[in-house]
Design a binder for this molecule. Structure first.
Ligand SMILES: [Ca+2]
Ligand SMILES: [Ca+2]
Length: 490
């Protein structure tokens, strides 16, 4: 495992990545407590570690390398945005950020492009927002077991800002509710990880496309929050999404990290999803392959990683090659990757040395540059700005077309495939029952699988129903694992 050194402002040396959580626990509590005391009076320390804010920005910016034609600059440091989990921008150019127990607006009092103070909006949510979304003068955040809204966040004084919960849903864990966005159709879209199945009872439209949702889902919710429908299902733990062309949504889902060396391992994948689709994560060690006709389009496979932020390219200002596609973030390896609509990928930013670059969220600045936050699991917080070396004139960027659904094959075919999958579901349930109740499988007459009738009929049609070799091949194929009652090689 690649490890990234994070030097905190207190001079502690911590190891990032999956072991960070364990190693850092004790240290993190003390550290965050001290930081909290420092922040309580909202004073900003212009000088730390003998360096000015500008010098610290220069050092941190040099530790990240960016792709040709781009520049990067740290614009908010750990003292302003510790352990930053989410960022958002508004049309007036405000930058909003959240982390554990803070949601704030950043201020640049001397207009040098580096934030030097912050205005606290609310001391919440406790684990830092996972979703942050501005709609006019209303700010929404996802955290503290719900979606909350704060009216007139930019004009009212902090004492008058009272968050109101508009939706109750599990948050705070790494597999709970995450990002929120307002769709081009005026509806709310909320993505939730595979730890939120208790919330499926929130679905209340008359004829939902997905009647019994599974795993991680994307919700579509009416503007007044009263009508709720699961729009897509079967994600493992995608954190963020953005709208793609023709009523699609782009998202970045996690891999099956425990199965890294096994044949059925699936890497992190960037999906382009349509309404009603199932992204194929069924259970631990069982994720469907992209060749499955029911799967969303897989725009890219990006190996190991921990997917976080997703942003449709703001287009304007950045070099032309970044105009049509989506930016995705990987927390584990500190990668910002661009995936174009035709599936080409480019590494946009990554750490140049051993400094941490644990990317958590991405937003478009009002001028079209990219803002990327770092933090997570109590690591160093910050916000970087990625800009074009020679910005293009910010004019006439084509608006995203979202008025008609994406056409991908015949609906009749999709419906019959859906029916076929529904037919197979009882067989899978039965297999689970056999597995759970059979303690010692016999050695000679071993029950190895339940074969769905549709598969047997297919074998008859294709002439291999009596071919022992062909059946062994079918049974040993990891894609058919769900039908196996005993998992050894046949
Ligand atoms: Ca400044
Ligand atoms: Ca986001």
């Amino acid at each position: 495992m690649k490890s990234i050194e994070v030097i905190s402002e207190l001079g502690l040396s911590l190891t990032n990545g999956e072991c960070l959580e364990l190693m850092e626990k004790e240290r993190g509590y003390i550290e965050s407590h001290i930081k909290q005391m420092k922040r309580d009076n909202e004073t900003t320390f212009a000088r730390q570690d003998g360096q000015t804010r500008v010098e610290r920005s220069e050092t941190a910016s040099r530790a990240v390398k960016v792709s040709d034609g781009l520049t990067i600059r740290l614009i908010a440091d750990d003292d302003l945005v510790p352990d930053c989990t989410a960022i958002a921008t508004d049309a007036a150019g405000r930058v909003l950020a959240s982390g554990p127990r803070y949601l704030c607006e950043l201020l640049d009092r001397d207009s040098d492009g580096i934030y030097d103070a912050r205005k606290l909006i609310v001391e919440a949510p406790s684990h830092g927002a996972h979703g942050l979304c501005v709609d006019g003068d209303t700010l929404y955040y996802v955290g503290d077991n719900g979606v909350w809204k704060i009216n007139r966040f930019s004009t009212e004084t902090a004492a008058n800002l009272k968050p109101v919960r508009v939706l109750e849903i599990k948050t705070g864990g790494e597999h709970d509710a995450h990002a929120l966005r307002k769709g081009p159709d005026g509806f709310w879209y909320l993505i939730a990880g595979n730890g939120t199945k208790d919330s499926f009872q929130l679905q209340n439209v008359e004829t939902p496309q997905i009647a019994s949702p599974r795993a991680g889902v994307i919700w579509r919710i009416s503007p007044d929050w009263s009508r709720r429908e699961v729009w897509a299902e079967g994600f493992r733990n995608a954190y963020d999404f953005d709208f793609g062309p023709d009523q699609t949504i782009d998202t970045f889902d996690s891999d099956g990290e425990r199965d890294i060396s096994l044949p059925w391992y699936r890497p992190t994948r960037v999906f382009r999803v349509r309404q009603g689709q199932d992204a194929g994560w069924v259970s631990r060690s069982w994720k469907r392959s992209h060749v499955d006709p029911m799967m969303p389009t897989v725009l890219a496979e990006l190996g190991r990683g921990s997917p976080t932020g997703v942003l449709r390219s703001p287009g304007k200002r950045l070099p032309l090659r970044f105009h049509a596609g989506v930016f995705v973030l990987d927390w584990t390896f500190g990668r910002v990757v661009f995936v174009s609509d035709d599936g080409k990928t480019e590494l946009v930013a990554s750490p140049s040395g051993s400094e941490g670059f644990a990317v958590t969220d991405i937003a478009a600045a009002s001028d079209g540059a990219l803002l990327v936050s770092v933090g997570g699991r109590r690591s160093r917080g910050g916000i970087y700005r990625i800009d074009a070396f020679k910005p293009l004139a910010a004019s006439r960027f084509p608006k995203l077309k979202w008025d008609k659904p994406h056409f991908d094959g015949s609906n009749a075919i999709m419906h019959s495939l859906q029916r076929l999958r529904a037919n197979v579901a009882p067989v899978i349930e039965h297999v689970k029952h056999i597995k759970d109740t059979t303690l010692k499988p016999g050695m000679d007459m071993r029950h190895v699988a339940e074969v769905p009738m549709v598969v047997y009929q297919k074998a008859m049609r294709e002439g291999w129903a009596n071919d022992e070799k062909a059946w062994k091949k079918w049974l040993n194929n990891p894609d058919n694992k769900a039908f196996r009652t005993w998992e050894g090689k046949v």
